[in-house]
Design a protein around this ligand. Structure first.
Ligand code: 4NP
Length: 154
């Protein structure tokens, strides 16, 4: 398990965590940092589905392709494979802590704890919202991505 590996986890793995995944990948490429990056959902309800079309559109607005995403559920093995697992909201964090195996090697935390002044906050679930909510979620995950790269580049 490399410390330079990051998994993002939200509820459905079709909106927030896929946006976080591609935002971090773009930031890591831009900064020349090699990272293993993935995303998963607490729920398996959307397993195999593509990202929400509104998330795809928001990523596209930033020049990033989110068409290839396929949702999957988080697994026990994820806690052994990833150095860092970031929950998109507090409920995701509680669920991750509940399902983490005793032999977990991952540091599990809340994504916006990475952003100064945003500690303890959630990336708001845009699923029942509108385009503006997707834009706000994108801004949050893109900002967090910059801090993750800065930390892991050290
Ligand atoms: P996500 O958004 O957790 O950001 O992928 C959601 C996707 C699906 C549902 C809820 C949130 N759902 O209830 O199906």
């Amino acid at each position: 398990m490399s410390q330079k590996s990051v998994l993002f986890v939200c509820l459905g793995n079709i909106c927030r965590s896929p946006m976080a995944e591609v935002a971090l990948r773009a930031e890591a490429v831009a900064q020349g940092l090699a990272l293993t990056i993935d995303s998963a959902g607490i729920s398996g309800l959307h397993t195999g589905d593509g990202a929400d079309p509104r998330a795809v559109a928001e990523a596209q607005r930033h020049g990033i392709d989110l068409n290839k995403h396929r949702a999957r559920q988080v697994t026990e093995e994820d806690f052994l494979r990833f150095g860092h697992i970031y929950a998109l909201d507090q409920q995701n964090l509680r669920d991750l802590r509940r399902i983490a195996p005793g032999r977990s090697l991952a540091r599990v935390g809340l994504l916006l704890d990475m952003v100064p002044g945003r500690g303890g906050q959630a990336v708001i679930d845009p699923y029942y919202g509108d385009e503006d909510d997707f834009a706000a979620a994108w801004d949050d995950v893109a900002q967090a991505a910059r801090y993750i790269v800065a930390q892991l580049a050290r």
